[in-house]
Write a protein that binds this ligand. Structure first.
Ligand SMILES: [Zn+2]
Length: 341
């Protein structure tokens, strides 16, 4: 089962011809999940090997424009390309901070745009400590109450993360980050999957391919005509560990130790790095000097800084249209992540 990430925009708030505003796609099981949707994401999708029509879920890390200004346009294009029976399809799920529903509703309403497919906005309610006090805005009263579907997700008592999705194969959670506006990280974690049947062993035991294989695979013991009992652990290989991918929104720090706990052991963690240590936002002399604009020309300093704090772990500088595959595990952690362009 393939799992890969393709970067569509790595220029954040400083897009250029070579780097679009923030967006990436995680592809798994034939579905595309879009993380952030900066301006121009729809044309970046067209230039990539991905199909926008395959997007079934969208995750927005925070409400800064370089992460959301492409969303109304993308949705309108998807609507123009949708089939006449789209209204009966499952809604497109969009997850993001409180205020996202209002942004979308107002953008679509003011531009007289009507989407031909259903969508649901699931809003995460941030806590005031996710940004400087003067930046915190309460958007809870902004909802126009048009009855469109979607949940409002608050932190559950005793929990420090938001459960967004869970099925038999995968779980997706959001966790809080500190930024100039409330920002979130997302972690997708596959569940442990049963190991493969040892077919040779089954043959040796006289079990023929058929329904009995399915029973064993599902964890049920079987009794042969001879009276012999075979339990799943006799013929199943060790379970396969799931993969874990983390996508962090802009942040200067995580909140509490939850992010660390959730991201521990990740196969891939995507971290924004628009500005290096030499390029603090107030330091325009450095940013504009001929020492180089790190955002395009000297990104290697970002790698050095990341490597310095990551204690020898592999660091990859993302580029637009770079795809990273996360291979299936075989009971052990992979050490190198393959790239394909
Ligand atoms: Zn931001």
């Amino acid at each position: 089962m393939s799992l890969e990430i393709t970067f569509l925009g790595t220029g954040a708030a400083f897009p250029s011809p070579a780097r679009g505003a923030s967006a990436l796609v995680l592809r798994r099981e034939g579905q595309c999940w879009l993380f952030d949707c900066g301006e121009g994401t729809q044309t970046q999708l067209m230039r990539s090997h991905l199909r926008a029509g395959r997007i079934t879920k969208i995750f927005i890390t925070h409400l800064h424009g370089d992460h959301i200004f492409g969303l109304p346009g993308l949705l309108c294009t998807l609507s123009l390309q949708s089939s006449p029976d789209s209204s009966s399809k499952a809604p497109l799920d969009i997850f993001g901070p409180l205020g996202l529903r209002s942004f979308l509703q107002r953008s679509l309403e003011l531009s007289h745009s009507q989407l031909l497919f259903p969508y649901a906005v699931h809003e995460l309610v941030p806590t005031p400590d996710q940004c400087p006090p003067q930046e915190f805005r309460d958007f809870s009263g902004w909802d126009s109450g048009d009855g469109s579907p979607g949940r409002v997700l608050c932190l559950a008592p005793g929990e420090d993360s938001y459960l967004l999705l869970e099925d038999e194969q995968v779980e997706v959670r959001a966790f809080r980050l500190f930024h100039r506006v409330p920002s979130f990280g997302f972690v997708l974690e596959e569940k442990l999957r049963p190991g493969r049947l040892n077919v040779q062993k089954l043959k040796d035991l006289g079990v023929q391919p058929g329904p009995l294989y399915g029973k064993l695979k599902s964890g049920t013991e079987i009794v042969l005509e001879s009276g012999a009992v075979i339990s799943p652990q006799d013929v199943l290989e060790p379970p396969v560990p799931g993969r874990k991918v983390c996508v962090l929104g802009d942040c200067s720090a995580p909140l509490g130790d939850t992010a660390l706990r959730l991201c521990r052991g990740a196969d891939l963690l995507v971290h924004e790095a628009t500005l290096g240590d030499r390029d603090s936002p107030g330091d325009t002399d450095t940013r504009d000097s001929d020492t180089g604009d790190t955002r395009d020309n000297d990104v290697t300093q970002l790698r050095r800084q990341a490597e310095a704090v990551l204690d020898g772990q592999q660091v990859i500088l993302a580029e637009d249209f770079m795809t990273i595959e996360i291979p299936l595990k075989k009971g052990q952690l992979t050490t190198e992540i393959p790239l394909k362009k």
